[in-house]
Write a new protein. Structure first.
Lengths: 329, 208
């Protein structure tokens, strides 16, 4: 790519850390762990907000899970933030980056309800701050047969679940995206999807260490088009499970009715585990196109084989022992 | 007007003649613009994070648009009495076919890199691809028989009957578009409405 197409909502290029510099920086911080640690200790506890100033990086992120294959290199920031499925901001891939500007991710509260010991409404900082932020590099496989590799910043979903102490009867966790048609242009049309967007997990899936509540990527807070201020990331499932801009978390006894299954049950299931052997009616799931920085190199790169559970078989396969993955797709 | 007579043309220069002569070359150049624009963008600003998908969809959009433009020639002639536009019909039809072929090459040759097993699987299993390929199958004999020689060989009546395949092919194209979309059907709906209107003019003309 010789010249980059510029949109008004783009982050100015000087605000973006190039991937190479960024990764070096991580290595640097890792090497100087003592310095980084003392900086965290030096911050006045209970005062600093979770979010860095606009355009800034999270200060105290520890290096978490990053088991990647040989050919897994992080997808450039530009691609991760301009090629999105977020129908609340329009159905085109570039629509979210173009339309998400007016969305205000702060201040933010999340309502926790249903079968748990501590229901209530909690502010964004109160929800996130008790936990250490981790950076995890995950593959992301979309049901449309493209994939990316994304360095997320977040906290394990299990830690949040534990805080609210789900009751014995709770079998599922349900997530809801905010409804704000004034700021989310796609929500002004009821013909796109029924709002709010709903997703869910079985509680044991939610407790799996891979399940992440992400608040950032590439070291900085999530941009609106990526689901600011917080979203779900379940890397062994198709991307649509990753519900964005979460405003409500409920513990339920019955399986949540996730939006895409409600739209078209023959194409989208509740589990939506990445599975090259179970085809989607419209896309072969056997192969995928890994997205890089666009450009001619990307055009010449062949498709790659999709891995069972997106390559996270070891971590999650046991959750589905004895279950038919063809029936429960 | 000057009355120079060139050896090549028997008639004198008139503005009417000039624009009649220029119509086809001008439209020809205009019809090349969408593909040229795609190439220029691919080589300069790029086609976004997923350039293959972007290119295939862009070419698919234009294939469908050219089918509708070619189908608009006769209704336009009926509505306006501009008989000259009939001269553009074959060229526009061939441009439609050209864009269909490049669109499908994007899928077969670039996206799947001639992985015939995967492509065969797609055609059988994925209805929107089946329907799209049906449109290609229906349009191919029309492109082959588009020459004057073929019209003569087939005879006008048989040729016209064969070329009615463009109608089911156009419907298949619109259905193909509807089926590949997950949600938000405004755009394919627009194409469906235009196609219905073009059919409407013909039906009205036939029965009125």
């Amino acid at each position: 790519m010789l010249i980059r197409h510029k949109k008004p909502s783009d982050v100015a290029s000087h605000e973006i850390t190039p991937e190479s510099v960024y990764l070096d920086r991580r290595r640097f911080i890792q090497a100087s762990g003592l310095i980084a640690g003392s900086m965290i200790l030096g911050a006045p506890a209970g005062q600093a907000a979770v979010m860095p100033a606009k355009g800034g990086q999270f200060a105290d992120v520890t290096k978490g899970y990053r088991k990647l294959g040989e050919n897994d290199t992080p997808t450039p920031f530009e691609s991760v933030t301009t090629y999105n499925n977020y129908y609340e901001f329009g159905t085109g891939k570039e629509d979210p980056a173009e339309n998400a500007g007016p969305f205000k991710p702060q201040p933010w509260t999340v309502t926790v309800d249903g079968l748990c010991a501590h229901p209530g409404t909690v502010g964004f900082d109160d929800l996130i701050k008790p936990h250490a932020l981790e950076e995890r590099i995950y593959r992301m496989r979309c049901v449309e047969a493209w994939s990316m590799v994304i360095p997320w910043v977040g906290i394990p979903l299990a830690e949040i679940v534990k805080r609210f102490e789900p009751l014995g009867a709770a079998k599922y966790i349900r997530f809801e995206t905010i409804v704000r048609p004034a700021e989310m242009v796609g929500q002004r049309s009821a013909h796109i999807l029924p709002w709010p967007y709903v997703e869910g997990l079985r509680l044991d899936e939610a407790m799996n260490p891979l399940a992440l509540i992400a608040v950032g990527l590439y070291g900085q807070p999530l941009l609106n088009q990526n689901g600011a201020p917080l979203r779900l990331v379940t890397p062994w499932k198709y991307g649509f499970k990753g519900v964005k801009s979460i405003v409500r978390i409920s513990f339920t006894e019955v399986e949540p009715k996730n939006t895409w299954r409600e739209m078209n049950a023959s194409e989208y299931g509740f589990y939506a585990n990445v599975n090259p052997k179970v085809d989607h009616p419209r896309w072969t799931q056997a192969t995928e196109r890994r997205l890089g920085g666009g450009g001619l190199a990307g055009i010449l790169e062949p498709r790659r084989r999709t891995l069972m559970f997106n390559g996270y078989e070891e971590e999650v396969a046991h959750l589905y022992d004895g279950m038919s993955l063809t029936k429960y797709y | 007007m000057s009355a120079e007579i060139s050896p090549a043309s028997a008639g004198a220069f008139t503005w009417d003649r000039a624009w009649r002569g220029a119509l086809k070359p001008v439209v020809f150049v205009l019809c090349l613009m969408p593909l040229l624009w795609l190439i220029v963008r691919a080589l300069t600003v790029g086609l976004g994070a997923n350039p293959i998908e972007a290119g295939i969809r862009y070419l698919g959009d234009w294939a469908l648009r050219f089918v509708l433009i070619a189908l608009a020639v006769t209704p336009l002639r009926i509505a306006t009495g501009w008989n000259i536009v009939a001269r553009l019909r074959r060229m526009l039809g061939l441009f439609a076919y050209f864009h269909v072929v490049v669109h499908i090459f994007g899928y077969v040759g670039v996206d799947h890199f001639f992985d015939w097993a995967a492509i065969g699987n797609d055609i059988v299993k994925r209805t929107y691809i089946t329907v799209g390929m049906m449109a290609l199958v229906m349009l191919t004999p029309l492109a082959i028989t588009s020459t004057d020689g073929m019209v003569r060989r087939l005879g006008g009546a048989a040729w016209r009957r064969l070329h009615q395949l463009v109608y089911p092919a156009a419907v298949a194209g619109v259905i193909h578009y509807f089926m590949m979309i997950k949600a938000g059907y405004q755009e394919p709906l627009l194409y469906a409405v235009i196609l219905a209107a073009l059919f409407g003019v013909r039906i009205y003309k036939k029965w009125a």
